[in-house]
Design a protein around this ligand. Structure first.
Ligand SMILES: [Zn+2]
Ligand SMILES: [Zn+2]
Length: 421
């Protein structure tokens, strides 16, 4: 069973964009203020994603080893550096966000089972690289504030208080993909992309009432699912004209609820985020304290420690043409609350029978949650697509239940076996 583990790392570095074959004026025209010597600096945040089977200790890889590799190969070399000079790769292709992510991938790939390198330049801009030649994606984020009410012509009671006119600060993330230029390292003109999103989306929605001011929504109920579909249609062709492909639009109605759309008919991914606070101890009951300490480090301390776990549950489905939703949100929240209530304010190893035998690593907790949610979500007419469990800002993991072929909830509940459900 595959599990994805994300490890965060950070470095501070400066760089500047200028190509020696271009004159000063041309560089300024092409790269704007970023061409000014000696350049500018960023607090880069890096998310390294690896994937693999869970081992008998409930981990894909020992996280402290992963941490050491990232430090030795990447952050130890890039931190407090001038990127243009630090690695020879950046003389061939500029240190754009996309290209830094690509080069980091190349340097880490011999050491880790990578599936994604994400590099965040600032909260409004990041790049993802997944090992495909010069192919990368870039995401920008922005926001708008709008009013709406959820009531189709057919069923106004269905939406409870959402049928009253109210509003949100919508947070929007637009992801484009394309081929990096071999010299600039860029897949798209970033300023042009920002202008498209601002003019074609933000200006249309910001400080308007969606139902009354946007004709499309006079008949169609403006759920987050329908909004994201509409926004994607607005952006698709202008982004194509900029030489890239719109690959995903993500719209947050609140920090606890968002919808992803990847351009596939009416298929959308709805995520709800919740929290539970638990203590745990990483130690296999069959091993000595010494051995457990060797494997789990300080996480094996006998009296345990705890986390505020953030749980993101993503369901996949077609938008219902009547309700505008992929799933009944109230029912989904109830299913999740039923599961997390016994985990919240508990000592997992002692209070949750399953973790009496199975070491409650983040990976095993996510797997447990995924197995417990699969059927109830199926009964709501949707499909559980992903469970993401954020244990700390540095560590999170993801389970994609459709990868699990033969696992059933009954197996998990009745036969606790260390990390091999
Ligand atoms: Zn609303
Ligand atoms: Zn812990």
């Amino acid at each position: 069973m595959q599990c994805v583990v994300n490890r965060r790392a950070q470095f501070l570095a400066s760089h500047h964009y200028s190509l020696p074959e271009l004159g000063e004026t041309e560089n300024l025209e092409k790269f704007g203020r970023s061409s000014k010597f000696p350049g500018q600096g960023h607090n880069y945040t890096l998310f390294i994603s690896i994937a693999g089977e869970l081992d008998k200790y409930g981990m894909v890889l020992n996280l402290s080893d992963v941490k050491q590799v990232i430090k030795r190969e990447i952050t130890g070399q890039l931190d407090f550096s001038y990127l243009n000079n630090v690695w020879p790769e950046f003389q061939q292709t500029l240190s754009s966000n996309e290209n830094i992510a690509r080069v980091i991938w190349q340097r880490l790939a011999p050491h880790l089972p990578l599936i994604r390198v994400q590099l965040v330049e600032h909260p409004g801009l990041w790049a993802d690289y997944m090992g495909e030649g010069m192919q990368a994606s870039l995401t920008i984020s922005t926001h708008f504030s709008a009013a709406h009410r959820l009531a189709s012509n057919l069923s106004s009671e269905r939406y409870s208080k959402c049928s009253r006119t109210h509003g949100h600060n919508y947070h929007l993330e637009v992801t484009v993909e394309g081929e990096m230029d071999s010299r600039t390292g860029m897949i798209i003109d970033l300023d042009a992309l920002n202008r498209v999103v601002e003019n074609d989306v933000v200006k249309i929605f910001d400080h308007f009432c969606v139902n009354k001011d946007i004709p499309h929504f006079s008949e169609i109920v403006p759920t987050t699912e329908n909004l994201v579909l509409y926004i994607s249609n607005l952006l698709k062709s202008p982004i194509q004209k900029l030489g890239a492909k719109l690959s995903q639009v993500k719209l947050f109605e609140s920090p606890q609820l968002w919808v992803d759309y990847q351009g596939n008919g009416t298929e959308t991914f709805l995520t709800v985020k919740s929290e539970f606070s638990s203590a745990h101890r990483l130690a296999h009951p069959g091993l000595s304290l010494e051995k457990n300490t060797e494997i789990y480090g300080k996480c094996a301390r006998v009296n345990g420690h705890g986390h505020n776990y953030q749980l993101e549950v993503t369901v996949k489905g077609e938008i219902d043409s009547c309700t505008g939703m992929v799933v009944d949100l109230g029912a989904l929240n109830q299913v999740i609350a039923n599961l997390t209530e016994p985990l919240d304010h508990s000592f997992l190893n002692r209070d949750v029978p399953y973790f009496g035998e199975v070491v409650p690593t983040a990976e095993n907790i996510a797997l447990y949650i995924s197995n417990m949610l699969r059927l109830p979500i199926q009964e709501l007419g949707a499909e559980l697509y992903k469970v993401k469990l954020v244990e700390s800002p540095n560590n999170s993991c993801e389970i994609y239940p459709s990868d699990i072929e033969s696992t059933s909830v009954t197996t998990v509940q009745n036969q606790p076996v260390l990390a091999t459900v």
